[in-house]
Design a binder for this molecule. Structure first.
Ligand code: AMP
Ligand code: ZN
Length: 113
């Protein structure tokens, strides 16, 4: 867990463009945006994969997801958005601390991230 890049971002050990923070999560700008605007919602609880989540992790994630529509103005989500979780190699997951991509600011006319 100590060498997890997202845990380091959460602790402030690595700088990030932070858009929002509360007791459960942070939302940062993705460093390599794959849409006109691309954020990452990162729960503060560290778990690698959907498949490793406990019931408590799932309840926490549900609260985080429910918060996203409340951040419409802050994140500029008025036109709509796409949420993506990559799980494992075939999906191209590169950071093994579960996170939700928030893609917005354009028509989602592409099939992949
Ligand atoms: P995934 O491929 O689903 O694991 O997504 C990892 C995402 O984290 C990628 O879109 C990266 O561009 C992004 N990323 C990696 N390092 C950083 C960082 N230091 N700050 C912001 N985003 C990052
Ligand atoms: Zn982590």
């Amino acid at each position: 867990m100590n060498d997890c890049i997202f845990c380091k971002i959460i602790k402030g050990e690595i700088p990030s463009a932070k858009m929002y923070e509360d007791e459960r999560m942070i939302i940062i700008k993705d460093i390599e945006p794959k849409a006109a605007r691309h954020f990452l919602m990162i729960p503060k609880r560290h778990y690698k994969l959907l498949s490793e989540m406990t019931e408590q992790d799932a309840a926490d994630l549900a609260v985080c997801l429910k918060k996203i529509p409340q951040l419409t103005e802050l994140l500029g989500l008025e036109g709509g958005y796409r949420l993506v979780i990559n799980q494992g190699d075939d999906a191209g997951q590169t950071v093994f601390h579960l996170h939700v991509h928030i893609l917005t600011g354009q028509k989602m006319d592409f099939p992949h991230l």
